[in-house]
Write a protein that binds this ligand. Sequence first.
Ligand SMILES: NC(=O)c1ccc[n+]([C@@H]2O[C@H](COP(=O)([O-])OP(=O)(O)OC[C@H]3O[C@@H](n4cnc5c(N)ncnc54)[C@H](O)[C@@H]3O)[C@@H](O)[C@H]2O)c1
Length: 274
Amino acid sequence: MMFSNKTFLITGIADEHSLAMYAAKEIINNGGKVVCTGLGVSRFHENLSDKAKSFLNKNFEDFKSSVHNSLGDAMVEILDVSLDENIEAFAQELAARNIKLDGFLHAIAMDKTIRKKEVKPLIDVTLDEFCDTMNVSAYSLIRVTHYLLKHDVLQSGASICSLSYIAAAKVTFHPYRNISIAKAALERITVELADELGRKHGIRVNAIRFSPYMGSKAGNATLKEEDVATSHKMSPLGNALPIDLAYEIAHLFRPESRITGEIRHVDGGYNITG
Ligand SMILES: NC(=O)c1ccc[n+]([C@@H]2O[C@H](COP(=O)([O-])OP(=O)(O)OC[C@H]3O[C@@H](n4cnc5c(N)ncnc54)[C@H](O)[C@@H]3O)[C@@H](O)[C@H]2O)c1
């Protein structure tokens, strides 16, 4: 099978509706193994409010049970990419268990300027809001890769894939403002890392722009029904489905391919319209 003896890190599972969950299932269906990380309270969190603690605890419980129900005995770990020490400790934990990765999926985004589906005007975004979104949604791709390489967990020839959105390049019918800028950075990081890591380690780095999808927590918090309907109408094939995305991720994870530095579209052709 395509992924026999291959192990991939899957970040960004919140529950069974997360886009990352579809990718994890596809890897397992093709004979691979997955290590899954979810947001939770780590030993590196300090001064968490009770509210934040209970949010993170619930998040981790939902994550764990959905992994257990959908992926069986896959390894689960806490990873908050806003905490550098957490990323390094996670990489060290994998190294201690002698786990070698053949790639990883970055499926992490956060933007507190979108609340109850309303997007804050860019002109009012604070430095903290800007940097937090950039840190979690874009810079984390560099940092996770850095520590996985530092601790010799990410193997030569591995494949890295991250999830983006057309708003990285174009103002759409649903302007995302702050997160769009982080997605643009994520895509640029993808291209720079593809060059740097391709030459040094034969590691591939690609990003996929996916259709709007309301099934996930992030999608449901940001999108309105009419946005998804508009995109569906404008896309020659209609909106792409999570399974279409999972197939493309598996394709990019395929061992020994020579595809790198790509910003691909899995969007039913939305990108060619408008
Ligand atoms: N839903 C869509 O319409 C859509 C479209 C294109 C791209 N994407 C991208 O796909 C990815 C996954 O989103 P999804 O739609 O599956 O939603 P989701 O809510 O299931 O996933 C988002 C994940 O980000 C994680 N996360 C947030 N802050 C984190 C942190 N500090 N450390 C670690 N993890 C953190 C959350 O725990 C969650 O698992 C995101 O990058 C998103 O921007 C989504």
